[in-house]
Design a protein around this ligand. Sequence first.
Ligand SMILES: [Zn+2]
Length: 315
Amino acid sequence: MKWKRGRSGDRNVIDIRGAKKGGASGGGGFGGMGGMSGGGLPIPSAKGKIGGFIGIVIVLIVIGTQVFGGSSGSGTGYDIGSILAGAGTVPGADNPSPIPASEDPDADLKDFSAYVFTDSQQVWRKAFRQDGQPWRDAQLVLYSGAVSTGGCGNATSAVGPFYCPADNRVYLDLSFYKDMKNQLGADGDFAWAYVIAHEMGHHVQNLGGIHDEVARARRQESESANEISVRNELQADCLAGVWASTVFNQLEPGDLDEAINASEAVGDDRLQSRGGGSVNPDSFTHGTSAQRHHWFQTGFESGDPEKCDTFSGDI
Ligand SMILES: [Zn+2]
């Protein structure tokens, strides 16, 4: 992907990797990202109809209410199975003492992450404003090893990247990039971009009211809680695809394959087989490789959030 450096300083990017917490493992050792240098950067242009998104959000809420019913409440973060419910705060919420770029082995990865995060945020912010809907900025927290969130409890990097709806923050340990490459076979800058865009998709869902409905449904429908979770995750994949369509002009050969490969690599069936166990669809929370591939591609090809209705019909 062609991209431009220099967004690490965005005020919504919070780097607390230098703030040592107990048990922090550190994400060092990643030796730069060849081929990801900046270059002529075309202005991203949405080829789809993102402006119509709010309509689909409302439709989904209605569907959710009909299907799931119930009262409101908050839930835990997305993509995290093991985070304890409980309050906490991000230490030094205002960039305590970021590692100087010259001493940061992950400086390139940080800069690229900040670029994708900021770009996707701009795309969605614009879409919401065009629809006259209120937007609230998300923040990207780069941590190392372990982190306390503002309402989703504590987490270690073992849970992977996640979004906390209570504090509107995406949490990333940059070491996950290495894990994706070495353990999941998902390599490439656009694989990483897909991960970040997926988490931003959860923020869009949160602002659109999807999160509350999903949390409510999970509590009330214990039998179908996993299916609700899968539908929710597939929508985030689809929204990631919609964002990817807006950077179409910046894509390089192989980029799309990298994202699709990554979406398949994190399918529940693939992960369960890799874990050595049998594949148990009832325990899926994110969807199969085929489903994740399908919904990312649906978002990418349509560029239209309205096509991201994963809550009705077959998935
Ligand atoms: Zn997710």
